[in-house]
Write a protein that binds this ligand. Structure first.
Ligand code: NAD
Ligand code: MN
Length: 494
């Protein structure tokens, strides 16, 4: 990996809206600045769409979904081949794309490069599904033969955040394309560049016009135009729980469009006294919260540690945080770049202040790092209690809160005492204990002796207010399909 040379100044090739395989300015010519959060410098301006651009994109997606349109007449296996072609092109341009992702989002190049690989894995996984999505024949009451078909839900709106810009595109396009839907996707206005470049690869791969449309824009503007649109059949949203609520309201009022949500979390990671190895446990917990600068929906943001190992754990966690390498995202040894924006940086610093005010102890960090770029020091809090804001709200930054527990049943109760339910983890040698935890925890993912093992083949999503529906795996397909029942009368005797 260290041998891959990044492109420090990747040429910016696409900054417009992508509708019906063509590039165009927004109808009012509005633009927004794309900022490199490591340098605070302007990378470029991109066209910012509005409601009339969304209308055009939805109309294009609807045309592409007509029963006689090429996409609908195409063999499912051919859809799979187009998706494979798209994967080949992303791989061809992987270094360029990872470099683009790095300047736009601030994440370390090595992480961005890995994420290009995960994106391709996801798209290839779904490419393989295209001609394997089939219905059933059903033994039913009466003189009937009954079969079901699984049909694409139609035109889908997809709204994604900035934390994993291209991976979120892959998670969204994968199941939507595999099932034969058509798409209007809105990247985050903070990180539009990798999605726009991949739009060019969609056209190069040979997808029919209108199958994938990409409209960059703000949440209020393009996002709301999608969620309010009467001709969008489904919206898939990844972002905050607060916005998720608005999306559901718009969906209800407009046309009762189907909704799936991947929202926030405040995920617990429980370190038991009988964990395999304390240093390893410290490392897993560290990566669980500091990975992607803490900008991770399933971040292990509540580290619960058994009282018998608490003090030693805090000491080691602090040592590890001190060793974390911050700096130029392109440098080979950088582990942590800047937060995505000044707004996010300031939000995180406010949360840190509230932790101090509430009486938690800053073991390390607790401030901005440097004075150029939106960096935040990896921060370790000890003495955190359940009532503190830093233990309750999603910070979405590099802030570890270490909480002490004594009884196992009690820590499960505390872990569940949140409106979120995205992920969870437990570190223990005792498999019975791990399974007891797995059964009782209210979360979509339970990681045992690991964390953040989000795998393409397995369902991912939230309990409670962390979401509706699942992405990845076979479950991810269900959200893009309608079951149709075809019932044929066959008399028992002719
Ligand atoms: P956000 O909710 O502010 O924005 C997400 C997307 O929604 C962006 O594209 C934004 O422009 C758009 N948006 C904003 N307001 C909108 C509106 N009223 N109508 C329609 N669209 C609107 O979230 P963010 O700050 O971009 O991302 C951070 C949040 O996303 C965190 O809470 C995090 O947990 C969550 N997230 C969840 C997952 C997951 O898989 N569960 C993954 C990544 C991020
Ligand atoms: Mn950016």
């Amino acid at each position: 990996m260290s041998k891959i040379e990044p492109i420090r100044n990747p040429a910016i090739k696409f900054t417009q809206l992508f509708i019906e395989n063509k590039w165009q300015n927004s109808s009012d010519g509005a633009t927004c600045d794309v900022i490199n959060p490591a340098t605070e410098e302007l990378i470029c301006k991109v066209q910012i769409g509005n409601e009339s651009d969304v209308n055009a994109a939805v109309a294009a997606a609807r045309r592409a979904f007509q029963p006689d349109a090429p996409w609908r007449l195409m063999d499912a296996s051919q859809r799979g081949r187009l998706m494979e072609k798209l994967c080949d092109l992303i791989e061809r341009d992987r270094t360029y794309l990872a470099s683009l992702e790095t300047i736009d989002s601030g994440k370390a190049f090595s992480n961005a490069y890995d994420e290009m690989g995960y994106s391709v894995d996801c798209l290839r996984y779904y490419a393989g599904w295209c001609d394997k999505i089939h219905g059933t024949t059903v033994p039913c009451d009466g003189e009937f033969v009954c079969m079901t078909r699984r049909e694409p839900v139609g035109v889908v709106g997809q709204i994604i955040p900035w934390n994993y810009p291209l991976m979120m595109v892959a998670w969204k396009l994968g199941p939507a394309l595999a099932t034969g839907c058509t798409i209007v996707l809105k990247p985050s206005e903070l990180t539009p560049l990798s999605a726009l470049y991949v739009a060019s690869l969609v056209a190069e791969a040979g997808f029919p016009p209108g199958v994938v449309n990409i409209v960059v824009g703000y949440g209020v503007g393009v996002g709301t135009a999608i969620t309010n649109h009467p001709d969008v059949d489904k919206v898939a949203f990844t972002g905050s729980t607060a916005v998720g609520r608005d999306v559901m309201r718009s969906a209800a009022v407009s046309n009762l469009k189907r909704c799936t949500f991947e929202l926030g979390g405040k995920s617990p990671l429980v370190v038991c006294e009988d964990c395999h190895d304390l240093d390893e446990a410290v490392k897993i917990s560290h990566n669980a919260i500091f990975g992607n600068h803490g900008q991770n929906c399933c971040a292990g943001s509540r580290t619960f540690v058994h009282e018998s190992i608490y003090d030693e754990f805090v000491k080691k966690a602090t040592e590890l945080a001190k060793k974390r390498v911050l700096g130029d995202p392109f440098a080979a040894d950088t582990q942590q770049g800047p937060q995505v924006s000044q707004v996010q940086m300031n939000r995180i610093l406010k949360y840190i202040d509230s932790g101090v005010r509430d009486g938690a102890k800053v073991e390390f960090g607790g401030a901005r790092w440097g004075n150029k770029g939106f960096f935040v020091s990896p921060t370790v809090f000890s003495g955190v209690t359940d009532d503190m804001t830093i233990a309750k709200e999603e910070i979405f930054g590099p802030v570890q809160s270490i909480l002490k527990y004594s009884s196992f049943d009690d820590v499960i109760r505390r872990a569940n005492a949140t409106s979120y339910g995205l992920a969870s983890g437990i570190l223990t040698k005792d498999i019975t204990k791990a399974l007891y935890f797995a059964k009782r925890i209210q979360a979509g993912s339970v990681w045992v002796n690991c964390y953040d093992a989000v795998l393409t083949q397995t369902p991912f999503g939230g309990f409670k207010q962390s979401g509706h529906g699942r992405e990845l795996g076979e479950s991810g397909l269900d959200e893009y399909l309608e079951d149709k029942t075809i019932t044929i009368k066959v008399p028992a005797k002719l």
